[in-house]
Design a protein around this ligand. Structure first.
Ligand code: UTP
Length: 280
């Protein structure tokens, strides 16, 4: 029985909502206080038992790779000073995980980015984290990926994380409809990418956490471009859902859309109050 060991981070998008800062750096490197978004995602994956971090990059990948590499000069410089602890967490991550990278050479959508990651994942179930969706959980509560891995161990099928959104926002998300399978868990019947509020099948929106079974790669290869001319993961998941193989999980925790300026500012303030100040 396959355990989930790998986590894929699609990080090739242009991040146009954050221009000009994203002109030369990936938005996944934007910091919430002093830690880049992607590091929070990696920490969530580690907590869920994963140690293979697979990153799909596009332009400006240097900063991502450098972040997850050892900087000997820097470590030497601050060794024995009161700043040494600032690098402890990232050093532990580097020691514990393997990082691999591939490039999405054309920006053809999230589904296409995930398919580009096949070479790093292979034939096993895996998690996907969109690092610009930052998920905070209360102290002592399990991270969202940990919650999802536990469900995967029971149901052995693809799982998407969902949350209730205001109806007028359905145009920004993949939206599902399904039948209640257990508490906070739906067996997906229908999925639509960015529907008009008038025709959206519900107000349950998919956010940036997935567990996918590896047959998704063959399905993605056959999935034609959908909404916006992009290859949509939602369309590929719909193929699995038709066979009853997709669950949608209303997770415990709070999500911030750090791909938008408002969400990013809220998450920064939240982390400053709830994490940074308490750690000092
Ligand atoms: P977004 O829809 O947020 O797009 O992608 P974006 O380009 O990153 O940001 P904006 O809208 O221009 O500001 C959702 C996720 O999918 C990845 C992005 O990196 C992000 O994590 N993605 C999207 C890719 O890796 N490749 C793509 O072709 C599209």
């Amino acid at each position: 029985m396959h355990k989930i060991r790998k986590c894929l981070f699609p990080a090739a998008g242009y991040g146009t909502r954050f221009l000009p800062v994203t002109k030369s750096m990936p938005k996944e490197m934007l910091p919430l206080v002093n830690k880049p978004l992607i590091q929070y995602g990696v920490e969530e994956a580690i907590e869920a038992g994963m140690n293979g971090m697979a990153i799909v990059t596009g332009r400006g990948k240097r900063a991502l790779e450098d972040h997850f590499d050892i900087s000997y000069e820097l470590e030497h410089q601050i060794a024995g000073t009161d700043k040494e602890w600032l690098l402890t967490d990232i050093r532990r991550i580097i020691d514990q995980c393997t990082f691999s990278y591939t490039r999405q050479v054309e920006m053809k959508g999230l589904g296409h980015a995930i398919l580009s990651g096949e070479t790093l994942i292979g034939e096993e179930p895996f998690a996907v984290v969109l690092a610009d969706d930052y998920c905070a959980t209360e102290h002592g509560e399990e991270g969202v990926l940990t919650q999802m891995v536990k469900l995967y161990e029971k149901y052995r099928c693809s799982i998407v994380a969902i949350e209730e959104i205001p109806r007028e926002d359905t145009r920004k998300y993949g939206v599902i409809a399904g039948d209640l399978e257990a508490d906070n868990l739906y067996r997906v019947r229908e999925m639509v990418e960015k529907p008009d509020p008038a025709v959206a099948p519900s107000n349950l929106a998919i956010i940036g956490r997935y567990i996918l079974t590896p047959d998704i790669f063959d399905i993605l290869r056959e999935t034609p471009p959908g909404r916006g001319g992009e290859i949509q993961i939602t369309d590929a998941l719909m193929t699995q859902a038709k066979m009853g193989n997709v669950l949608a999980y209303k997770f415990k925790g709070r999500r911030f859309d750090c791909g938008s300026i408002e969400g990013f500012m809220e998450a920064s303030n939240y982390n400053y109050e709830h994490i940074y100040k308490k750690k000092r």
